[in-house]
Design a protein around this ligand. Sequence first.
Ligand SMILES: [Zn+2]
Length: 109
Amino acid sequence: MSDYQWCHGPSCHKRKTTTRVRGVKGSKVLRTIKFAVNSYRANSIYKYFCDQTCMHDFIREHIEEFVQLHPRTECLETPIEVEVETRTDYFGNPYKQKAIREVDNNSNP
Ligand SMILES: [Zn+2]
């Protein structure tokens, strides 16, 4: 059993596709898409949007609200170590490559 959701795209009901046409001749409309929230959609951003176009329309219209809700006033940093590893290529020849590893400074040894 699935729950259904109306697409949150602000212009979903204005996009000219046959999947949005509802009603009888003389009183047809373009209607917002309604979709089943299946297991794929339930765990993704597509539980709110019928497709990428509607998702991007929504983001463009509301991005300033998102940023005000979650402002970034300073940079974030991830502690790392850069190590040089010796690896072997397809032909068995050794080569060196830098590898970036995250360091957990809060863990106890
Ligand atoms: Zn939509």
